[in-house]
Design a protein around this ligand. Structure first.
Ligand SMILES: Cc1cc2nc3c(=O)[nH]c(=O)nc-3n(C[C@H](O)[C@H](O)[C@H](O)COP(=O)(O)OP(=O)(O)OC[C@H]3O[C@@H](n4cnc5c(N)ncnc54)[C@H](O)[C@@H]3O)c2cc1C
Length: 430
């Protein structure tokens, strides 16, 4: 079996390494950690979950849920770990991030076919089998090297939400419930009255931000929009977005005017994430403005929200749908750097790149997933979306339409997702 080098032991790199090793290959896995960390990485462990601990919906009839279901069919290693260390989060799959990363790290380090090297990789011998998974914060000089060989890479700005300590939440001002009663009250809900909500929005818009000039360039990914930018779109925007109260009933049996949700960060429930509060406010301003939410008046911030430059390649020019570099077919690029967006999408690309690297090395046909599957639809987007390419996450809008008209939206979704699962089950052994 061939020796394969993987650069980056993040979500994509770890999935790729474990997959290739399970197929009998020897893998050398490089990461700069723990000797050198990017601005968003803090843990010594691999497969670090850098921001929210949510892997999004686990409902089969949603884009992210369907992607997970397909990955489970393909034997995804990191999702197995995620399922083992999940924390309650309604219909979402959220993980205890420490346990997740330490269990993945243990799998990697205990695998006799994987050799780990702690090093900043600066350039790559493109004539040898490599999978490059250095993520949106690829360290220099590798990012310049990639720019040189692939043409100018692209970027946008990504924001992370703050984490607060559980014992600093004023529990007399909250209620526990999941929207529409799904998930047995997994969230802590912080209600706001009409006056409290409008004061909060006013202060949020006026608060001091970091790197204000870069915002003006408008290179923010819609799915990670800072809450203060979203608030600027209209005074009620947040009430119809992350602070929406629909489907919730407070302690008095009434629907509050607006609700801030807190989601468990760890199994023990000692840390909570403020859901949807990714932000670029200065740290002092986060404490002041988020402290206007009555239950968070004295919140202790364990980690403040931050904003980062997020690099990705121009996928339609650089790679094909198998994640193989068009100019250098011995090399693949996976993870967020390849133009997918999100934790599960990064894992998925690591898995598919590894399966295809294995097929390429053994002279087999590549795994060609059709647009009827979520993973296929995502990779076809990467290969073909030439105009104004932007990273993409799993969503049902990418799927091929049904071959007959189904007017009922819910039924249509179900049929598309059931079709995807059937196809994936058949293709697994193709
Ligand atoms: C601040 C921030 C917040 C995010 N929040 C979310 C979120 O809430 N939800 C979500 O779904 N997605 C989020 N993302 C997007 C994305 O899903 C994650 O970045 C995800 O971790 C990407 O996985 P990856 O494997 O591509 O890269 P990473 O997980 O970042 O792994 C890359 C690895 O490569 C290593 N590395 C980098 N350069 C070098 C080098 N030159 N030599 C050796 N090693 C190197 C790094 O140390 C790291 O371990 C966020 C991204 C950022 C930057």
């Amino acid at each position: 079996m061939t020796d394969i080098t993987i650069i980056g032991a993040g979500l994509a790199g770890c999935e790729a390494a474990l997959t290739l090793s399970s197929l009998g290959h020897n893998v050398t896995l490089y990461d700069a950690k723990p000797a050198t960390m990017s601005a968003a990485h803090h843990s010594d462990n691999f497969a670090e979950v850098v921001c929210s601990n949510s892997f999004k919906s686990d409902d089969l009839y949603s884009g992210s849920g369907l992607l997970k279901a397909e990955l489970r069919i393909l034997g995804c290693k990191l999702l197995e770990v995620a399922d083992r260390v999940k924390v309650p989060a309604g219909g979402a799959l959220a993980v205890d991030r420490e346990k997740f990363s330490s269990q993945v790290t243990a799998l990697i380090k205990n695998d006799p076919k994987i050799t780990v090297k702690t090093e900043i990789v600066d350039k790559i011998d493109l004539s040898m089998p490599h999978i490059i998974c250095t993520g949106p914060l690829t360290l220099e000089p590798l990012s310049s090297f990639l720019n040189e060989i692939l043409g100018q890479s692209l970027y946008f700005y990504d924001a992370a939400a703050p984490i607060i300590s559980a014992d600093s939440i004023d529990m007399s001002r909250v209620f526990t419930a999941s929207r529409y009663d799904k998930g047995e009250g997994d969230y802590i809900n912080c209600p706001l009255t009409k006056n409290e909500y409008y004061e909060f929005v006013r202060e949020l818009i006026a608060a001091e931000r970091v790197r204000q000039r870069e915002f003006e360039k408008d290179e923010i990914f819609e799915g990670c929009m800072p809450i203060e930018i979203m608030a600027m779109r209209g005074v009620d925007t947040l009430r119809f977005g992350p602070l929406k109260p629909v489907g919730m009933v407070d302690r008095n049996g009434e629907m509050p005017f607006a609700v801030v949700q807190l989601r468990k960060e760890n199994e023990e429930g000692t840390m909570f994430n403020i859901v949807g509060f990714q932000t670029n406010l200065k740290f002092g301003e986060q404490k002041r403005v988020f402290g206007l939410i009555p239950a968070l008046k004295n919140a202790e911030f364990l980690r403040y929200g931050v904003m980062h430059r997020n690099m990705f390649i121009n996928a339609p020019n650089a790679i094909d749908r198998h994640f193989m570099l068009k100019k250098y077919p011995d090399c693949f690029i996976a993870g967020q750097l390849s133009g997918v967006e999100g934790y599960v999408e990064s894992i998925a690309s690591g898995l598919l790149a590894a399966l295809n690297m294995d097929r390429a090395l053994s002279g087999k046909r590549m795994l060609d997933l059709p647009r009827e599957t979520m993973l296929g639809a995502l990779t076809i987007y990467l290969e073909t979306h030439h105009y104004d390419f932007q990273p993409m996450n799993a969503n049902l809008g990418l799927l091929a339409p049904l071959d007959r008209i189904v007017k009922d939206k819910a039924l249509r979704k179900r049929e598309m997702c059931d079709r995807a699962i059937e196809i994936m089950k058949k293709l697994k052994n193709d």
